[in-house]
Ligand binder design. Structure first.
Ligand SMILES: NC(=O)C1=CN([C@@H]2O[C@H](COP(=O)(O)OP(=O)(O)OC[C@H]3O[C@@H](n4cnc5c(N)ncnc54)[C@H](OP(=O)(O)O)[C@@H]3O)[C@@H](O)[C@H]2O)C=CC1
Ligand SMILES: O=C(O)[C@@H]1CCC=N1
Length: 289
């Protein structure tokens, strides 16, 4: 069930994105669709073409570089750090010099960067009003899910503000320990890519069996969407739903047997574990700066 809250209630909020690439764009799209006015959002975006496209599509004003920012540091201000993890340190240190001039408590900083830990971002920013978020690209159509983590220093109203922003992109879950953000990243942050890879394989398998590309695509996409919604709306475990499709000695059993022989379940678990490990390594390495 959707937990979305309408952003139009946040009439004073101003959200500045630093980075308006794939994920920044997806979140901006969700926020605008949820009632935030374009003049409530700014984007600091190094790539002029990316910034122009955001302006054309959403009416959101682009700022070429951090140095050109003139923040109004009122209480509702939020800065979303949406640059690549490798660029985070430099951007955070640049932002830190701006934050020094802010009246307390300064803006809420919401980081969506994979791996970057709160203690490191707080150190680089010299700022503790920080929350970590891990959204995913279905945010573009308001169907995302975001994992959130904040440490005990972050108060209830800041948690609510972070949640409201992320709700514009879809559902929200909080995790109790920061290390679980790597698991969230591995399951749902990266997750759409696994699903798209699955769709690609379903479609190409259909084509190899003689279906034209359009028909194979339609069958694959509708099946994924229908099965996902069925599972979502059901109280039963996905395994029970799977068994209902699997007639004894039938076609599904033949397919599942091949998937079992190739350790499909284990492969997916290993892949998701690799993503989580990568998040931890990125956090360890980038945190040394
Ligand atoms: N893509 C996804 O599905 C998800 C991504 N994330 C996280 O979101 C963050 C962004 O990822 P994603 O959107 O995919 O990356 P992108 O590369 O698409 O977007 C980052 C954007 O920031 C720009 N940029 C780089 N340096 C600066 C700077 N100093 N000031 C302003 N803008 C700058 C980049 O420009 P240029 O291209 O010219 O370098 C680029 O347009 C990452 O930290 C990632 O971990 C989280 C969840 C899901
Ligand atoms: O691939 C990545 O590192 C980012 C984080 C989650 C999705 N994309």
């Amino acid at each position: 069930m959707s937990q979305q809250k309408n952003m139009s209630n946040n009439s004073n909020a101003h959200i500045t994105f630093i980075g308006g690439g794939n994920m920044g764009r997806a979140l901006i799209s969700g926020l605008i669709a949820n009632g935030l006015e374009p003049n409530q959002i700014s984007v600091v975006e190094a790539n002029a073409m990316t910034a122009l496209k955001l302006y054309e599509d959403f009416g959101v004003q682009g700022i070429g570089a951090l140095e050109q920012i003139a923040f109004d540091f009122s209480k509702n201000n939020v800065v979303v750090m949406a640059v690549k993890p490798q660029d985070f340190n430099v951007v955070a240190r640049g932002l830190s010099s701006k934050l020094k001039h802010a009246s307390a408590p300064g803006p809420l900083i919401l980081s969506i960067a994979a791996g970057i830990r709160l203690k490191d971002m707080s150190r680089w920013l010299d700022h503790t009003r920080c929350v970590r978020a891990m959204p995913n690209t279905p945010a573009l159509i308001g169907k995302g899910i975001t994992g959130l983590f904040a440490d005990a220093a972050v108060n209830t109203s800041d948690r609510a503000l972070a949640e409201t922003i992320c709700n514009a992109a879809g559902e929200v879950v909080w995790v109790a320990e920061e290390k679980l953000m790597d698991a969230v990243t591995a399951v749902s942050g990266s997750g759409p890519a696994y699903v798209f890879a699955f769709l690609e394989a379903m479609q190409s398998a259909g084509e190899k069996l003689g279906l034209d590309a359009q028909t194979a695509r339609k069958l694959a996409y509708a099946t994924l969407e229908g099965a996902t919604q069925l599972a979502h709306n059901s109280d039963e475990h996905a395994g029970v739903l799977r068994e209902r499709v699997t007639s004894k000695g039938g076609t599904t059993a033949a397919a599942l047997e091949v998937m079992k022989q190739h350790s499909w379940h284990e492969i997916l678990e290993k892949a998701i574990d690799a993503a989580s490990q990568r998040g931890k390594i990125m956090g360890d390495e980038l945190g040394k700066n």
